[in-house]
Design a protein around this ligand. Structure first.
Ligand SMILES: Nc1ncnc2c1ncn2[C@@H]1O[C@H](COP(=O)(O)OP(=O)(O)O)[C@@H](O)[C@H]1O
Ligand SMILES: N[C@@H](CCC(=O)OP(=O)(O)O)C(=O)O
Length: 366
């Protein structure tokens, strides 16, 4: 049965520490994907490698660290990257398209929908969309940084049936195997818990960015959107197919039984919270386990500047992030009614649109 597959290739699989692109690697991945394309699968590629491909060409000796240098290297390298993919896929009769996105494109739902429509049309025409972050215009605080999260968002946006995150390590281990040779690999992870996060470390190479930590974070977003994920190595012919069929060299992350509706996916993983609402233990319990809305009485502190309709983060007494929701008050209104029982709220601020601070339909637990 044919399905929609998102493939993410990390810098570490396309280049070495000294930078530049491995054309052999590009040809290999193109052949792996072309074989699946020929069977009718719909493929989307999320690729890193622009900075790695560009920095030597531009004359830097090492992968740059400063933002403006990375942007310059990416501007040179993105063209080289696309040229290499275009040539490699052309030899299999596949036309490619470039889609460069930033985090802020996902914040605005209209832009996100535009990207989705363009993507659907390309797939309809059997063109292969190739995504990367638009590094030259991304600013630090709104950057994906690595492409793991971008691949999860593309997988959710396209309602893919599978996401393969290809890297230089054959899956998630109990510790970074580069530093701990005794570490043991997880073949399958049913639930991404705090313990799993704690095991996943940063990048072990000088070209990669996010390490396993960012892959696990991305996997969490994808599985909550209903997309099963493979994280591992694809290095020999047939490995990509095996990664999809469940026999790949890596770790599989299972999907939850029900996938989140698109609106909640946006709320949880694409929106940017403009403030933080701290709640007491009773309110935390009501939100997390009771399926209830957040009422003013449970609010203990409010941070940030926001308006009714904006997204805010909610934290519990130990400062742990509980989730996000769409708030029904401006921040100053909310400060004036925090801790008040519902009966006293109207007396305090006059007419109100909705009593709840966050309605349970506009809430996501994180
Ligand atoms: N628990 C872990 N299991 C496996 N790899 C880990 C772990 N913690 C950290 N890593 C590191 O993550 C690296 C892969 O991430 P990264 O370098 O960002 O690759 P990519 O460029 O493919 O995104 C591995 O090479 C490894 O050194
Ligand atoms: N957008 C950047 C991605 C940076 C990066 O190294 O990411 P990754 O290899 O996915 O950890 C690039 O193309 O260079």
């Amino acid at each position: 049965m044919s399905s929609r597959i998102v493939v993410k290739i990390g810098s570490s699989s396309l280049t070495g520490d000294e930078g530049g692109l491995s054309t052999d690697a590009i040809s290999f991945f193109a052949a792996e994907m072309a074989a699946l394309h020929a069977e009718g699968h719909e493929l989307l590629l999320v690729t890193s490698g622009a900075v790695a491909a560009g920095f030597r060409e531009i004359g830097y000796r090492f992968r740059p660290k400063q933002l403006h240098e990375k942007q310059a290297a990416a501007a040179v390298g993105q063209a080289l990257l696309m040229q290499a993919y275009q040539q490699a896929f052309k030899s299999h009769g596949i036309t490619t398209a470039q889609i460069l996105l930033t985090r802020s494109d996902f914040l605005i739902r209209k832009r996100m929908n535009n990207a989705r429509r363009a993507m659907e049309e390309l797939l309809q025409q059997r063109v292969l969309p190739i995504f990367n972050e638009n590094d030259t215009v991304s600013v630090d605080e709104l950057k994906f940084g690595d492409n793991d999260m971008l691949s999860a968002l593309v997988a959710n946006l396209s309602k893919a049936g599978h996401l393969s995150i290809i890297t230089d390590m054959d899956g998630l281990y109990t510790a970074d195997p580069r530093k701990h040779p005794q570490a043991v690999r997880f073949d399958r992870i049913e639930e991404i818990t705090e313990e799993i996060y704690a095991l996943a470390g940063g990048s072990g190479s000088s070209v990669g960015t996010g390490g396993m930590r960012s892959k696990v974070e991305a996997a969490k977003v994808a599985v909550r959107g209903g997309v099963p994920v493979f994280v591992g190595r694809v290095a020999d012919p047939g490995d990509l197919r095996r990664s999809i069929e469940g026999t790949g060299r890596g770790t599989y992350f299972d999907t939850h039984l029900s996938s989140l509706p698109v609106k909640k996916q946006w709320l949880g993983f694409m929106s940017t919270p403009l403030g933080t609402v701290h709640v007491d233990t009773g309110a935390a319990e009501a939100l997390l386990h009771g399926g209830h809305s957040l009422l003013p009485v449970g609010v203990v502190n409010v941070e940030g500047t926001f308006h009714a309709g904006d997204v805010v983060e909610v934290t519990g007494t130990d400062k742990r992030i509980l989730g996000r929701g769409i708030v029904n008050y401006d921040d100053d209104q909310l400060r004036s009614i925090q801790g008040l029982p519902s009966g006293e709220v109207i007396g305090k601020i006059g007419t109100i649109h909705r009593l709840e601070v966050i309605h349970r339909d506009e809430w996501i637990t994180l």
